[in-house]
Design a protein around this ligand. Structure first.
Ligand SMILES: Cc1cc2nc3c(=O)[nH]c(=O)nc-3n(C[C@H](O)[C@H](O)[C@H](O)COP(=O)(O)OP(=O)(O)OC[C@H]3O[C@@H](n4cnc5c(N)ncnc54)[C@H](O)[C@@H]3O)c2cc1C
Length: 326
């Protein structure tokens, strides 16, 4: 039986099972097992759908040490010989995947966003040349297949219950890392935009209005995200950047304020139900993919909308979007 190991998403553990969809596509209906390597002492909130979860007690921030994670995966692989190892394309995953491929002397297909079958061979699709083309890559090396997967692309839909075996990983490996964690700093952004149902997103044209984005997001029951422009200018934190080098998001409502709509930004929008864009230029690329376009100034738009929300019966506007996804 084919066996896949999936490295858990430490930032958003409940999204770890999205990678089950990749495993299902690789084995295309053939019988296989998917195992999860999770760094969490919280047994109550473990993701579903895995045949086995290997639980590592995260003492001393192991889940943020790529070398340690690699050493654990290598150890598990020497016992269980996985056919595929799937790594989420998070900041830590991006450090783990190439290290692992090097140690196992196999190829790595990084940041895939699709799995296809062509002439009976598997093909992994990823973007190239700053998102301008899609390239299909076939793996010819012997197993395991190692892939890192762009977060937010695949969604797993539970079909039938799976009985999960929980196994504690108790081995104390000698630390392969020369790094020591001296102090842990609290993240300045407490939410993950991949989980947001309403995003108020600011770009280069919303610089002047940036402080108002949060007020609007709160009024609509959502969170703030940004384009890379505001991150590069040091105005916003990289953790809330949408796009190719940021995060892929799938809110029900995405309000793009002063965002031009470069391909690298739009690549971060998946399954968004409604896009509303506000731009001084009606020919900005974002307008052509928007459901509603407001031509005008970012700050004036936000101020007027906030006034309108204040006048509306509380909740009328955002209840429409806050409900659970269908
Ligand atoms: C390898 C690579 C990876 C990248 N990854 C990302 C990524 O992950 N995410 C990302 O966002 N970008 C990414 N970029 C950058 C991307 O190419 C664009 O440069 C960036 O998205 C532009 O941001 P912007 O649209 O906010 O700003 P701008 O290009 O400056 O556009 C500003 C927009 O606001 C409008 N505007 C101006 N003034 C106002 C106003 N007062 N009111 C309303 N509208 C106004 C303008 O008409 C314009 O449409 C990447 C680039 C490369 C090369």
């Amino acid at each position: 039986m084919k066996r896949t190991l999936i490295l858990g998403d430490t930032g958003l553990p409940k999204r770890s099972n999205d990678l089950l969809e990749v495993s299902n596509r690789i084995y295309d209906g053939k019988k296989h097992e998917s195992w999860l390597l999770a760094f969490s002492p919280d047994q109550e909130n473990l993701p579903e759908g895995f045949e086995r979860i290997i639980l590592v007690q995260d003492e001393g921030n192991i889940c943020e040490d790529a070398r340690y994670i690699c050493a654990i995966i290598m150890d598990l692989h020497s016992t269980y010989a996985f056919d595929a190892i799937l790594i989420p394309g998070t900041w830590i995953g991006r450090m783990v995947a190439p290290r692992l491929a090097k140690r196992l002397q196999v190829g790595l297909v990084a940041e895939i966003n699709d799995v296809k079958t062509r002439d009976d061979a598997l093909e992994f699709v990823r973007t190239a040349y700053s998102g301008n083309i899609l390239s299909g890559i076939a793996i010819t090396s012997s197993p395991p297949i190692i892939l890192s997967i762009k977060p937010g692309i695949f969604t797993w839909e539970q079909k039938s219950g799976v009985n999960t075996i929980i196994q504690n990983y108790t081995k104390k490996l000698q630390s392969p890392s020369s790094l020591t964690c001296l102090k842990r700093k609290q993240r300045s952004v407490s939410y993950d935009i991949r989980d947001s149902k309403v995003l108020v997103s600011g770009g280069g044209g919303a610089k002047r209005a940036y402080p108002l984005l949060e007020t609007l997001a709160k009024a609509l029951g959502g969170e703030v995200s940004v384009s890379r422009k505001l991150v590069d200018q040091g105005i916003a934190n990289r953790t809330i950047q949408v796009g190719q080098s940021g995060k892929i998001v799938n809110p029900r409502l995405y309000i793009a304020i002063g965002i031009d709509g470069a391909i690298q930004h739009v690549e971060g929008l998946r399954n968004v139900e409604t896009i509303l864009s506000v731009n001084t230029h009606s020919d900005a690329p974002i307008c052509s993919i928007s459901d509603v376009v407001v031509v005008g100034d970012a700050k004036i738009f936000i101020e007027k909308l906030l006034q309108r929300i204040a006048l509306e019966n509380e909740g009328t506007i955002h209840d429409q979007y806050r409900g659970e996804r269908k």
